[in-house]
Design a protein around this ligand. Sequence first.
Ligand SMILES: [Zn+2]
Ligand SMILES: [Zn+2]
Length: 347
Amino acid sequence: MPDITPNTFPKSRVIGATMLSLTVLFAGCSSSNSSSASTSTSSKPAQQSQHVFETAHFADGAIVDGTKNAACTLNDGAKATCATFTIAGYPTAYSTGPFCPTTITTPASEAGIWFDGNGTYDLTGEFIKNLATFYNDNEWHMYDSKGNINVTDTREAFLGAARPDVDPKYQNFCVEGRLAWLTNGEAITKTVSIPTKPVLTSSSPSTNPGDWGVTLDGVVIAASAPVSAILGAHTIASFDKCGGHFNNAEGYHMHASTGCGTLDDDHISGETAMFGYAMDGFPIHLPLKASKLKAAKLDECGGHSTPGLGYHYHANSPSKNSVLTCLKGQFVAVAGDRGGPPGGPPR
Ligand SMILES: [Zn+2]
Ligand SMILES: [Zn+2]
């Protein structure tokens, strides 16, 4: 598997990192309201319910309106307080792309990535050239006699290809979108509600909560890209090296965590930086290195509880085509989400 080299590694935001440290400190020492400075000296380990959602972790501009806290009912019936806010729908910390290679000799440095649940691949011209062999299907042929790759390089082509029923003339296209091709050329904002204090589910962890969460950059962390539908239309719904891409209905959204964007890093040994919140209110941290996985003893949802951080998830490797596996906490059930990728069915 080729290395993924995210094109952007902004430094930790000092303010955000400080806020996280405070939150963690409170979460670790207070058994009551962790939003107030407790003088308790209890050494009780952090409990899952002690996390508090903090908009201070988000990058400036990631939230485009104020945050309202109000009573809410979660998917398993729990009554809770939820923070409702609207995210920008476009990363504040980096520019999106590149996505598709333009010719069969385009190097990895000038294109994005592809992942299909089995692996992660640099979306080089060579990769496109070899699709028929790679997927053992002779109907793949995405380039012309001069080696130019079929890329959705106009708004019209993007709209024709980035939809559930791919226009037949855009089969065998590498699909990519641009901010300018969205309606009015604007990012698509989304209003989300997240419990301010996570409530564990009383049933099995949900594997299908809609969106998994939101990044600290104000972008949706979408459900898996429907790879079989994409490949079935002989399209490649390219991702940039940050694991995101556009579709017209949902704008820019993430399908993988590769280390891009705004991070909150407490520099705790053996831990990785936080990059977002899951819809149940628990923080999501970058994937752990393989060498750290055994000691981390992650649960079935990829989470664990540590004295320093309390309960948090670690994202899956991009190759899994799913940032998370399940949610341990309850969430606000919403109709529809923005997980549909170019070429994939809407949900
Ligand atoms: Zn961890
Ligand atoms: Zn998508």
